[in-house]
Design a protein around this ligand. Structure first.
Ligand code: ASP
Length: 445
């Protein structure tokens, strides 16, 4: 059994948190490869080290004095090193190098980049982690590669990283960055250590990818709306994708692909409650589900564009022409329910509002409809569950739950995969609708 364990920023924000992490790793000898984030927040108003680094980069680039900022960052690490009582270890040399790089920023053509500076959060934390655990340190810039387009070069990464790991019994690979095609450090997008963890799990052909954070996995609904929602024990990659798209976030979206590709399950765990089983994200499972619905998530602020045209049903190519109007304006659409002579396009308000008149005129020009009407203030709710396929009456239960609360359903969309039902309600009904759905499928099951 081989496990890759990734720890998020809050799990590594202080010496005290580091000790919990150390105990977790040592308690299971199959936890052989560790991927750390940079130190995160110690308390709610604290600043993440990554944000401190992004700031010091701006200060140095503007030619301002950055000495105090570097000192504050170094103090975060020194506090951890001292608290852990690591003997004969210091990051002084590394900070000298970072300072030199920051000084270089005022040159006309500096070598130093924003990504390099941002990546130092993980780099330094990885060094501490390796020294604390007595594991080998592997710089991610030597084993994770990006291609010229800035995407992961999975072929080269899998080969180089796989070979390197096969020679290391225990290792720490810092998260969040790798090497760009130009030979400079390149980071993933924010929260990208999750992606590194997944890549390390894939390259080492691990049995499990454990992702340790500060919550005990996914919850069936947003706890800001439903008090004390049930945890999700098992969720499939596909269900997770549907829920993440609708705003449920614990894991970086791109973290799914590398492990999914080789069927490695992800186990989301809580560093502050290691006894909790957390959530298992799997390809497929025959574990008995407690509920038909796995998760409920949603987003507010969508707009609908309602188009009518007599005999629309027999006009071949009408849908394409309408969608072309959105494509021309670089807007992606979310849903497209239709009737015989009507069609509705659902888009996110952020993308649409400032382009609305351009889109309407494009629809008129391309599709010659009878009328186009816009409505805003729509919230979409996704009710997701692999169990819905074999359970009859799910839609009926869902609609009567909403009717009981006097909520008008403005839109319904269910794909033939039967993995999810999307409903549209007024923004103002959003919270009530989610609570009603939760109560029907979970509380009153
Ligand atoms: N430290 C980076 C961030 O704050 C990456 C990570 O934590 O995953 O986004």
């Amino acid at each position: 059994m081989k496990k890759v364990v990734k720890f998020g920023g809050s799990s590594l924000a202080s010496a005290e948190q580091f000790k919990k992490v150390g105990a977790i790793i040592k308690s299971d000898e199959s936890r052989v490869y560790v991927v750390p984030s940079a130190p995160g927040k110690r308390f709610s108003d604290d600043t993440k080290v990554t944000d401190m680094l992004l700031h010091v980069y701006e200060t140095a680039k503007a030619g301002n004095d950055f000495t105090e900022e570097v000192k504050a960052i170094k103090a975060r690490y020194d506090e951890i090193i001292t608290g852990l009582e690591i003997k004969d270890f210091s990051l002084d040399k590394d900070f000298e190098e970072i300072t030199k790089q920051l000084e270089d920023l005022t040159n006309p053509d500096p070598m130093c980049t924003l990504d390099y500076v941002a990546s130092r959060g993980e780099f330094l934390n990885g060094k501490i982690m390796a020294a604390y655990l007595g594991f080998e340190f592997i710089d991610a810039a030597e084993v994770i590669f990006f291609n010229a387009e800035g995407n992961l070069n999975s072929y080269k990464t899998e080969k180089v990283l796989g070979e390197r790991l096969s020679k290391a019994q225990h290792a720490v690979v810092p998260g969040f960055y790798g090497l760009g095609k130009d030979g400079k450090v390149k980071t993933f997008s924010r929260g990208g250590s999750d992606v590194t963890g997944s890549i390390v799990a894939q390259a080492s052909r691990a049995d499990v990818y454990e992702n340790w954070t500060d919550v005990s996995g996914f919850l069936v609904a947003d706890p800001r709306i439903v008090p004390d929602p049930k945890p999700i024990k098992y969720i499939t990659y596909r269900e997770l994708r549907e829920l993440s798209y609708m705003g449920a976030s614990v894991l970086h979206e791109d973290a799914i692909f590398p492990v999914r590709h080789c069927g490695i399950p992800i186990n989301i765990r809580n560093t502050n409650a290691p006894e909790d089983a957390g959530t298992w994200i799997v390809e497929s499972t025959c574990q008995k589900q407690d509920y038909v619905v796995t998760g409920i998530a949603g987003k507010k602020d969508f707009c609908t564009i309602f188009i009518t045209k007599a005999m629309m049903n027999s006009e071949i190519g009408f849908g394409r022409k309408v969608l072309q109007a959105f494509e021309e304006n670089d807007i992606s659409f979310e849903h497209m329910p239709s009737g015989i002579d009507t069609m509705t396009i659902v888009v996110h308000a952020d993308e649409f509002v400032h382009k609305e008149q351009r889109v309407i005129s494009a629809i008129h020009r391309l599709a010659e409809p009878d009328s186009v009407e816009i409505e805003s203030g729509l919230a979409l709710i996704a009710v997701v569950g692999r169990g819905m396929k074999s359970a009859s009456g799910t839609a009926g239960k869902l609609f009567s739950a909403l009717a009981k609360e006097g909520i008008n359903i403005k839109m319904i969309d269910q794909g033939s995969s039967e993995l999810n039902i999307i409903i549209g309600v007024k923004n103002s009904d959003f919270d009530t609708a989610i609570k009603a759905i939760y109560n029907t499928f979970i509380t009153d099951k």
